[in-house]
Design a protein around this ligand. Structure first.
Ligand SMILES: Nc1ncnc2c1ncn2[C@@H]1O[C@H](COP(=O)(O)OP(=O)(O)O)[C@@H](O)[C@H]1O
Ligand SMILES: O=C(O)[C@@H](O)C(=O)COP(=O)(O)O
Length: 418
């Protein structure tokens, strides 16, 4: 293994796997810390953890364990993948995890770059934009678990780490990879080892990737991984990745626990397309009026691509959190989806589409998936996934990713019988 990656959630890890596989690296996504050595032909391993919102010391512990495993596989460079909207709480976990990894590796300059132009995320003058909005006006300020209320990445990162934070601006990035490398050294030598790097286009990311060839630790969204595979002699491998998987004789079932803007739009579009929808109301979950058995029965009675969703507007989410407690309601809904995924799979469903990072983490854990092979891209940042060693396929959609017709498109590319 050449490139060892640690993802702070499961959807984000499949996003990274997608980028690396498209860029020509033989990539496997592991669900949690693998219990055995990787197959010898794997070039990039992505250990997906669910560390984004857990207490920082536990996130650090799990990330260091993943680092040890990746080191044992022979990796030469390490990548810490977090969200392209820099999702974190006031305590971390981006800063604490990056700090621990950097100390363990004795790293030099460490890049922080969540830019992902294909999905509208860019970093300019140290500020993170989502399309034409600053991060804190993009809808992310209402995220149920990681509300992002400051777009200045230098300030957000500095509040999470003891390490001084530097910046490589767009001027240096536009001047190409040598200038970027020099600027990184300049910041490091000035005593600022954690360096936010501007990037607006894929070309910038490729140049930053090239400048990072000798760095032991790189951190960011999946975009910053665009340029890394070439450093290992890999070339883009689009052949065979453009079409869907071979069809299988299984329906697809969709489960959405994301309350992000894009997911809510996809739920509406699915309804308008005449597909069967089941709305999960938080109070019904908490007060046991709905459970996984009832939901499974409903899903299996439908035609088309049935979708069960708890996605709702920010006011209702805030009301649910006030009434039941933020973590309690999130956990109850995640567990309902996880148990439902387990039951539909037991009853023969081989294709599950999941929307939401935390939601997907819970679902994948309940399905006891060990690893995924990365298949064709459904939409930017979302690949079709084949479970290694089992006839089960998944799509793990980050909340804010995907086009309006995502659920139907995913079912088709995953090879569902429609
Ligand atoms: N109706 C709701 N009320 C309160 N919390 C909800 C509701 N629906 C989902 N949630 C919780 O919100 C969180 C959404 O996070 P996640 O699944 O990571 O989605 P995203 O990818 O959009 O961030 C989950 O923990 C989920 O259980
Ligand atoms: O980088 C991204 O935006 C995604 O890969 C990601 O991590 C999104 O997280 P969720 O929205 O919580 O799925």
């Amino acid at each position: 293994m050449k490139l060892g990656c640690i993802g702070d959630d499961f959807t984000g890890s499949s996003d990274l796997g997608n980028t690396l596989a498209k860029a020509g690296m033989r990539t496997v996504q592991y669900c949690g810390l693998p219990g055995r050595a990787a197959a010898p032909d794997v070039e990039a391993g992505v250990v997906s953890l669910k560390t984004r919102t857990m207490p920082a010391d536990e996130a650090v512990r799990q990330s260091l364990e993943a680092l040890d495993w990746l080191r044992d596989q022979g990796c030469q460079q390490f990548f810490f993948k977090y969200c392209s909207t820099f999702d974190s709480t006031s305590k971390g976990n981006i800063g604490p995890v990056a700090e621990a990894l950097s100390d363990a590796l004795g790293a030099g300059p460490v890049i922080f770059c969540p830019a992902f132009p294909a999905t509208g995320r860019s970093v300019y003058q140290g500020y993170l934009f989502v399309n034409d909005r600053l991060l804190n006006e993009s809808g992310m300020e209402n995220h149920p678990l990681t509300p992002m209320r400051d777009a200045d990445l230098r300030r957000v990162l500095a509040s999470q780490t003891q390490k001084p934070v530097g910046h490589v601006g767009i001027g240096d990035v536009l001047a190409g990879h040598d200038a970027i490398r020099n600027a990184l050294s300049r910041e490091f030598e000035a005593g600022r080892p954690f360096i936010v790097v501007d990037a607006i286009t894929d070309e910038h990311l490729v140049d930053i990737g090239r400048a990072a060839a000798d760095l032991s630790l790189v951190t960011g969204g999946s975009g910053i991984a665009l340029g890394l595979p070439e450093n290992f002699g890999c070339r883009p491998a689009l052949q065979g990745r453009l079409e869907g998987f071979e069809p299988v004789a299984s329906r697809a079932v969709a489960l959405a626990g994301s309350v992000s803007r894009a997911t809510r739009g996809q739920v509406d579009a699915h309804r308008q397309a005449g597909q069967p929808l089941f709305e999960i109301v938080a109070a019904d979950v908490i007060e046991n009026r709905i459970n996984a058995k009832l939901l499974t029965d409903w899903l299996l009675q439908q035609d088309g691509v049935p979708l069960a969703y708890s996605s709702t507007n920010p006011e209702t989410v805030a009301e649910n959190q006030r009434r039941f407690g933020r973590d309690e309601v999130a956990h109850a809904i995640e567990q309902l989806f996880a148990e439902t995924a387990r039951l539909v799979s037991e009853r023969g469903v081989e294709i599950i589409i999941s929307a939401g990072g935390e939601t997907s983490g819970a679902i994948v854990s309940a399905l006891r998936v060990e690893a995924f092979e990365i298949g064709p891209e459904i939409d930017p940042g979302v690949p079709a996934l084949q479970v290694v060693g089992a006839p089960l396929r998944l799509a793990l959609k980050s909340g804010n990713f995907g086009g309006a017709d995502f659920f139907s498109k995913a079912a088709r590319i995953l090879g569902a019988t429609l």
